[in-house]
Ligand binder design. Structure first.
Ligand code: NAD
Length: 317
């Protein structure tokens, strides 16, 4: 029987529909007892005789792909494909798919949630009450503020729509989009430096690429307002975490909310944990029930579409 390996931890967690899509198309579903992310040593024996694999953040490099003797498709359960060696997949004629848009609203809502939480010291307030401390902490309001969105793709646009309810002035930095698309949403495209200097909140929604790596460095923080907040729901590598910790300690920016780390999980002595006014979460931006179900269904459909040659709309390459 034709086989599909599933390593993505959240695949089919909300409903059985995604598993059923694979089974109805005639595929046997293979899983590991420890649901992902799998080590290469765990992945390699399982990938040997499958035609498709549905992955989360597992490392899918050339060595792993080399063992996929009948592998035809790697389907990302999510959007960011930086854990997959795209060049190696291309060389081996393996199609890579993802689930664009399936989790955009979940991530955009989380960005909004982080903006509000960091503005009003919610997490600090929770800590204080639990430890027997009482007293006011004065925050600031989001309404009417200037929000800079870095990366104006599916998530960035969703966030812009949500922010309309807060009467924010929204700018975006994205060299790859048509300014008309932004203008239709009432968003002004600006240069990176202008966005840094003028934003009260900066929300990151770019992929992790050589171009975006450490985009937020010491130099970038120095250009931001002292009252500004940074929200990172993109990828850890986009921000120089040491420089961010220093910028917070030295009061160069007012606060940060971080869902993604350059190394996940971060070590307990991570510099950001000692820095003031930081909210951290364990890479849960996309984890709403609705988004999980959307992603799983779409990933299963992508695998079936590629393996049955019925045309897949979400091919990365
Ligand atoms: P998308 O592809 O729709 O949008 C990305 C946008 O970034 C594009 O418009 C692109 O033009 C722009 N971009 C690329 N390089 C850029 C650069 N150097 N400077 C500025 N803009 C640049 O993707 P999306 O669905 O909006 O997701 C964006 C990223 O969010 C993903 O790549 C992923 O890394 C991250 N993400 C995180 C979570 C989470 O759980 N925290 C969930 C989903 C996605």
């Amino acid at each position: 029987m034709r086989k599909v390996l599933v390593t993505a931890r959240s695949f089919g967690k909300i409903s059985d529909t995604p598993f059923q899509i694979l089974k109805d198309a005639g595929f046997e579903v293979v899983t590991h007892p420890r649901r992902g992310p799998l080590d290469k040593e765990e992945m390699i024996p399982l990938i040997k005789d499958v035609e498709g694999v549905i992955v989360g953040t597992d490392v899918v490099d050339d060595e792993v792909l080399a063992h996929g003797k009948c592998l035809k498709v790697v389907a990302k359960h999510g959007v960011g494909v930086d854990n997959i060696d795209l060049d190696a997949a291309r060389r081996r004629n393996i199609v890579v798919t993802n689930t664009p848009g399936a989790n955009s609203l979940a991530v955009a809502e989380m960005a909004l949630c982080m903006m509000l939480a960091i503005s009003r010291n919610m997490v600090e307030g929770d800590r204080r009450v639990r430890s027997g401390q009482w007293g006011t902490i004065t925050g600031c309001q989001l309404t009417g503020k200037r929000v800079g969105i870095v990366g104006f793709g599916a998530i960035g646009r969703c966030l812009a729509r949500l922010l309309k309810g807060f009467d924010c002035q929204i700018t975006a930095y994205d060299p790859y989009i048509n300014a008309q698309v932004a203008a239709e949403l009432g968003v002004q495209i600006v240069s990176f430096d202008e966005l840094l200097a003028s934003s009260d909140y900066i929300s990151l929604h770019v992929p992790n690429t050589p171009e975006t790596r450490n985009m937020f460095s010491e130099e970038a923080f120095a250009k931001m307002k002292k009252t500004a907040f940074l929200i990172n729901l993109a990828r850890g590598g986009v921000v120089d975490e040491l420089a961010l910790a220093r910028a917070l300690e030295e009061g160069e920016i007012a606060g940060a909310a971080v869902d993604v780390f350059s190394e996940e999980p971060p070590s307990l002595d991570h510099p950001l944990f000692k820095a003031p006014n930081v909210i951290v979460t364990p890479h849960i931006g996309a984890h709403s029930r609705e988004a999980m179900d959307n992603m799983s269904t779409m990933a299963a459909q992508n695998v079936v579409a590629v393996l049955t040659g019925t045309g897949c709309a979400s091919i990365v390459q």
